[in-house]
Design a protein around this ligand. Structure first.
Ligand code: ADP
Ligand code: ADP
Length: 227
């Protein structure tokens, strides 16, 4: 599904945000991407979603080298990737329905098919009863689930999440992770960037750990009891 082959990324000024990163994420696999703030997690996700380009090395999605993607083709690649942000970036003056429908509207869906898909996405995150609400009337955890529904409404085979539980307490964080697990269980590949080590260690998924732009671990994290 996703391949990083000796990928490095330097930002203007020469700062090396990623240093020769290699890994593969299989179709239907779920993994965490962890490391302290500034380790390079967001940069790695931006290379997948074509927001940034690698300085060297190759990023492939379904064996397509993203370097070969022309600017005009970028929207077609992005259509296959659902992205979830920490601050969910919802349109606050629009209803939950409108927020979730947005990617479908961009793709030209209308009428019954659009309504059916929006309802299906909201059902999967357990928010069907909030379809007519404005986001500001929802709790933080519910707003994040609207963000997830919007990311999955196109049924993308790959989900990327950047600190999806950053603003949530531990109990709500676990709920959000269960939502990701449910998508993974129906075959979606999921990569979740988070600095929440204890949550990651408890969930027993493959964990890629970055430190100052280098990959220092790829496997299960050891769970340490909090003091
Ligand atoms: P993380 O998501 O793990 O916190 P980032 O990928 O956001 O890490 O950042 C990695 C490093 O790259 C940080 O030191 C950050 O300051 C730097 N960086 C990120 N984006 C830019 C940019 N657009 N220009 C210059 N430096 C950047
Ligand atoms: P949390 O404790 O997770 O932050 P809240 O106390 O914010 O949750 O919200 C609890 C419930 O009340 C949620 O289902 C939310 O949709 C509803 N709610 C919160 N604020 C409003 C509001 N201003 N109008 C209507 N419903 C609200």
């Amino acid at each position: 599904m996703l391949t990083f082959d000796q990928v490095s990324k330097s930002y203007p000024g020469g700062f090396i945000a990623l240093d020769r990163i290699s890994f593969e994420l299989a179709k239907g696999e779920m993994a965490f991407l962890t490391g302290h703030s500034g380790a390079g997690k967001s940069t790695l996700l931006k290379l997948i979603s074509l927001i940034e380009r690698p300085t060297s090395g190759r990023v492939l999605i379904n064996n397509v080298d993203l370097k070969r993607i022309r600017r005009s083709q970028v929207p077609f690649i992005r259509r296959d990737i659902g992205i979830i942000f920490q601050n969910h970036r919802l349109l606050m003056e629009h209803t939950v329905f409108d927020n979730v429908a947005l990617p479908l509207v961009i793709e030209g869906f209308t009428g019954k098919e659009m309504v059916k898909r929006v309802h299906a996405a909201l059902d999967k995150v357990g928010l069907l009863d909030k379809v007519r609400c404005l986001p500001e009337t929802l709790s933080g955890g519910e707003q994040q689930r609207v963000g997830i529904a919007r990311a999955v409404v196109n049924k993308p085979p790959l989900l990327l999440a950047d600190e999806p539980t950053g603003n949530l307490d531990p109990e709500l964080s676990k709920d959000i992770m269960r939502v990701f697990e449910a998508f993974n269980q129906v075959g979606v590949s999921v990569l979740i960037a988070t600095h929440d080590h204890s949550l990651v260690a408890r969930m027993r998924y493959r964990t890629l750990t970055l430190k100052q732009g280098k990959m220092i671990n790829d496997g299960l994290l050891q769970y340490e009891e909090p003091l």
